[in-house]
Design a protein around this ligand. Sequence first.
Ligand SMILES: Cc1cc2nc3c(=O)[nH]c(=O)nc-3n(C[C@H](O)[C@H](O)[C@H](O)COP(=O)(O)O)c2cc1C
Length: 191
Amino acid sequence: MQQPTTIAEALKRRFPEQVVLVVTRAPDGCANVMAVGWTAMASSDPPMFMVGIDAEAWSYALIRETRAFVVAFPSEAMGAAVLHAGSVHGQGRDKLKEAGLNTIPAFHVAAPLLADAIANFECELKEIVQPGDCPLIFGRIIAAHVNVKADLRRLYTVASGHCLAGVRPIPETMIRPPHAPPDPFEANSSP
Ligand SMILES: Cc1cc2nc3c(=O)[nH]c(=O)nc-3n(C[C@H](O)[C@H](O)[C@H](O)COP(=O)(O)O)c2cc1C
Protein backbone atom coordinates (compact mmCIF):
# COMPACT_ATOMS: atom_id res chain seq x y z
CA MET A 1 0.00 0.00 0.00
CA GLN A 2 1.22 3.52 -0.77
CA GLN A 3 0.28 6.79 0.91
CA PRO A 4 0.99 10.29 -0.39
CA THR A 5 3.68 12.29 1.41
CA THR A 6 6.04 15.16 0.74
CA ILE A 7 8.91 14.73 -1.69
CA ALA A 8 11.35 15.49 1.15
CA GLU A 9 9.85 12.70 3.31
CA ALA A 10 9.92 10.14 0.51
CA LEU A 11 13.53 11.04 -0.33
CA LYS A 12 14.59 10.03 3.19
CA ARG A 13 13.97 6.45 2.03
CA ARG A 14 16.63 6.60 -0.70
CA PHE A 15 19.59 5.31 1.30
CA PRO A 16 22.16 3.85 0.84
CA GLU A 17 23.40 6.60 -1.44
CA GLN A 18 26.75 6.57 -3.14
CA VAL A 19 29.38 9.04 -1.97
CA VAL A 20 32.57 9.93 -3.84
CA LEU A 21 35.47 12.28 -3.22
CA VAL A 22 36.21 14.83 -5.92
CA VAL A 23 39.85 15.92 -5.97
CA THR A 24 41.10 19.04 -7.74
CA ARG A 25 44.31 21.07 -7.94
CA ALA A 26 44.48 24.85 -8.13
CA PRO A 27 46.87 26.48 -10.62
CA ASP A 28 49.01 27.51 -7.60
CA GLY A 29 49.59 23.81 -6.89
CA CYS A 30 47.33 23.42 -3.86
CA ALA A 31 45.08 20.37 -4.11
CA ASN A 32 41.56 20.20 -2.69
CA VAL A 33 38.97 17.54 -1.96
CA MET A 34 35.21 17.53 -1.38
CA ALA A 35 32.54 14.89 -0.74
CA VAL A 36 29.81 14.44 -3.37
CA GLY A 37 26.69 12.33 -2.99
CA TRP A 38 24.96 13.53 -6.16
CA THR A 39 26.88 11.43 -8.65
CA ALA A 40 26.24 8.90 -11.40
CA MET A 41 27.71 7.30 -14.48
CA ALA A 42 26.58 9.53 -17.32
CA SER A 43 27.87 7.61 -20.35
CA SER A 44 29.68 4.35 -21.03
CA ASP A 45 31.03 5.26 -24.48
CA PRO A 46 32.80 7.53 -23.94
CA PRO A 47 32.90 6.80 -20.21
CA MET A 48 31.68 9.76 -18.19
CA PHE A 49 30.77 10.65 -14.63
CA MET A 50 28.30 13.27 -13.53
CA VAL A 51 28.88 15.09 -10.25
CA GLY A 52 26.47 17.66 -8.86
CA ILE A 53 28.56 20.38 -7.24
CA ASP A 54 27.21 23.52 -5.62
CA ALA A 55 28.41 26.71 -7.34
CA GLU A 56 29.65 28.00 -3.96
CA ALA A 57 32.09 25.10 -3.53
CA TRP A 58 35.78 25.85 -4.02
CA SER A 59 35.95 22.63 -6.06
CA TYR A 60 33.43 24.05 -8.53
CA ALA A 61 35.67 27.09 -9.17
CA LEU A 62 38.72 24.84 -9.57
CA ILE A 63 37.00 22.48 -12.01
CA ARG A 64 35.80 25.39 -14.12
CA GLU A 65 39.27 26.90 -14.13
CA THR A 66 41.41 23.76 -14.65
CA ARG A 67 38.83 21.67 -16.56
CA ALA A 68 39.99 18.52 -14.76
CA PHE A 69 39.30 16.53 -11.59
CA VAL A 70 39.61 13.09 -10.05
CA VAL A 71 36.66 11.05 -8.77
CA ALA A 72 37.72 8.68 -5.99
CA PHE A 73 35.64 5.91 -4.42
CA PRO A 74 36.22 6.06 -0.66
CA SER A 75 36.51 2.89 1.43
CA GLU A 76 34.65 2.42 4.69
CA ALA A 77 37.88 3.26 6.55
CA MET A 78 37.77 6.78 5.08
CA GLY A 79 34.54 7.92 6.74
CA ALA A 80 36.08 10.61 8.97
CA ALA A 81 38.07 11.99 6.02
CA VAL A 82 34.94 12.11 3.85
CA LEU A 83 33.07 14.03 6.56
CA HIS A 84 35.92 16.53 6.85
CA ALA A 85 36.17 16.89 3.07
CA GLY A 86 32.43 17.48 3.03
CA SER A 87 32.17 20.02 5.81
CA VAL A 88 34.76 22.77 5.24
CA HIS A 89 35.49 25.11 2.34
CA GLY A 90 38.88 24.31 0.84
CA GLN A 91 40.07 27.73 -0.29
CA GLY A 92 43.20 28.77 1.64
CA ARG A 93 43.66 25.48 3.49
CA ASP A 94 45.10 22.02 2.89
CA LYS A 95 42.02 19.89 3.38
CA LEU A 96 43.73 16.73 2.10
CA LYS A 97 46.40 17.03 4.80
CA GLU A 98 43.86 17.93 7.48
CA ALA A 99 41.80 14.88 6.54
CA GLY A 100 44.86 12.60 6.53
CA LEU A 101 44.33 11.65 2.90
CA ASN A 102 47.48 10.35 1.18
CA THR A 103 47.91 11.32 -2.47
CA ILE A 104 49.89 10.04 -5.43
CA PRO A 105 50.30 11.73 -8.82
CA ALA A 106 47.74 11.04 -11.53
CA PHE A 107 48.91 10.12 -15.03
CA HIS A 108 47.08 12.77 -17.07
CA VAL A 109 45.57 15.43 -14.82
CA ALA A 110 47.13 17.76 -12.26
CA ALA A 111 44.72 16.73 -9.51
CA PRO A 112 46.19 13.86 -7.45
CA LEU A 113 44.81 10.37 -6.87
CA LEU A 114 43.86 9.25 -3.36
CA ALA A 115 46.30 6.47 -2.47
CA ASP A 116 43.91 4.58 -0.18
CA ALA A 117 40.73 4.92 -2.23
CA ILE A 118 39.10 1.84 -3.72
CA ALA A 119 39.36 3.34 -7.21
CA ASN A 120 40.34 6.66 -8.81
CA PHE A 121 39.13 8.07 -12.12
CA GLU A 122 40.93 10.89 -13.90
CA CYS A 123 38.36 13.13 -15.58
CA GLU A 124 38.45 15.95 -18.10
CA LEU A 125 35.60 18.44 -17.93
CA LYS A 126 33.15 17.79 -20.75
CA GLU A 127 30.40 20.24 -19.87
CA ILE A 128 28.39 21.81 -17.09
CA VAL A 129 24.62 21.99 -17.27
CA GLN A 130 22.24 23.44 -14.72
CA PRO A 131 18.64 22.28 -15.11
CA GLY A 132 17.81 23.14 -11.49
CA ASP A 133 19.58 24.69 -8.53
CA CYS A 134 22.72 22.52 -8.75
CA PRO A 135 25.34 22.64 -11.52
CA LEU A 136 25.83 19.15 -12.98
CA ILE A 137 29.41 18.59 -14.04
CA PHE A 138 30.08 15.97 -16.71
CA GLY A 139 33.61 14.62 -16.80
CA ARG A 140 35.04 12.30 -19.41
CA ILE A 141 37.03 9.52 -17.73
CA ILE A 142 40.46 9.35 -19.34
CA ALA A 143 42.23 6.97 -16.95
CA ALA A 144 41.30 4.69 -14.06
CA HIS A 145 43.19 3.13 -11.17
CA VAL A 146 42.16 0.48 -8.63
CA ASN A 147 43.46 -0.36 -5.18
CA VAL A 148 45.49 -3.58 -5.12
CA LYS A 149 43.44 -4.59 -2.07
CA ALA A 150 40.41 -6.03 -3.84
CA ASP A 151 38.37 -6.65 -0.67
CA LEU A 152 37.98 -3.03 0.49
CA ARG A 153 34.35 -2.03 1.11
CA ARG A 154 32.78 1.07 -0.42
CA LEU A 155 31.56 3.83 1.86
CA TYR A 156 27.95 4.94 1.41
CA THR A 157 25.65 7.47 3.01
CA VAL A 158 23.21 5.26 4.90
CA ALA A 159 20.91 7.78 6.62
CA SER A 160 19.97 11.47 6.59
CA GLY A 161 22.48 13.93 8.00
CA HIS A 162 25.54 12.46 6.26
CA CYS A 163 25.62 9.23 8.29
CA LEU A 164 28.25 7.11 6.57
CA ALA A 165 29.00 3.38 6.68
CA GLY A 166 30.38 0.50 4.68
CA VAL A 167 27.66 -1.62 3.14
CA ARG A 168 27.42 -5.41 2.93
CA PRO A 169 25.21 -7.62 0.77
CA ILE A 170 22.55 -9.45 2.80
CA PRO A 171 22.95 -13.05 1.56
CA GLU A 172 19.28 -14.01 2.17
CA THR A 173 18.08 -11.17 -0.06
CA MET A 174 20.70 -11.38 -2.79
CA ILE A 175 19.45 -12.18 -6.29
CA ARG A 176 22.08 -13.19 -8.78
CA PRO A 177 21.21 -13.21 -12.49
CA PRO A 178 22.33 -16.43 -14.25
CA HIS A 179 25.42 -14.93 -15.88
CA ALA A 180 26.56 -12.65 -13.07
CA PRO A 181 30.34 -12.64 -12.55
CA PRO A 182 31.67 -14.23 -9.35
CA ASP A 183 31.16 -12.13 -6.22
CA PRO A 184 34.61 -10.63 -5.46
CA PHE A 185 33.80 -10.66 -1.75
CA GLU A 186 33.11 -14.39 -1.59
CA ALA A 187 36.06 -16.18 -0.03
CA ASN A 188 36.45 -18.80 -2.77
CA SER A 189 35.72 -16.73 -5.84
CA SER A 190 38.55 -16.02 -8.24
CA PRO A 191 39.73 -12.37 -8.52
C1 LIG B 1 28.37 12.79 2.56
C2 LIG B 1 28.39 14.14 1.91
C3 LIG B 1 27.86 14.31 0.64
C4 LIG B 1 27.88 15.56 0.02
N1 LIG B 1 27.36 15.70 -1.24
C5 LIG B 1 27.46 16.88 -1.88
C6 LIG B 1 27.02 16.99 -3.23
O1 LIG B 1 26.53 16.04 -3.85
N2 LIG B 1 27.17 18.21 -3.84
C7 LIG B 1 27.73 19.30 -3.19
O2 LIG B 1 27.85 20.37 -3.80
N3 LIG B 1 28.14 19.20 -1.91
C8 LIG B 1 28.03 18.02 -1.25
N4 LIG B 1 28.49 17.90 0.03
C9 LIG B 1 29.03 19.08 0.70
C10 LIG B 1 30.43 19.46 0.18
O3 LIG B 1 31.30 18.35 0.22
C11 LIG B 1 30.94 20.62 1.05
O4 LIG B 1 30.19 21.78 0.77
C12 LIG B 1 32.43 20.89 0.89
O5 LIG B 1 32.85 21.62 2.00
C13 LIG B 1 32.79 21.64 -0.38
O6 LIG B 1 34.19 21.76 -0.37
P1 LIG B 1 34.99 22.85 -1.20
O7 LIG B 1 34.37 24.19 -0.94
O8 LIG B 1 36.40 22.76 -0.65
O9 LIG B 1 34.92 22.44 -2.63
C14 LIG B 1 28.45 16.67 0.68
C15 LIG B 1 28.97 16.51 1.97
C16 LIG B 1 28.96 15.26 2.58
C17 LIG B 1 29.54 15.09 3.94
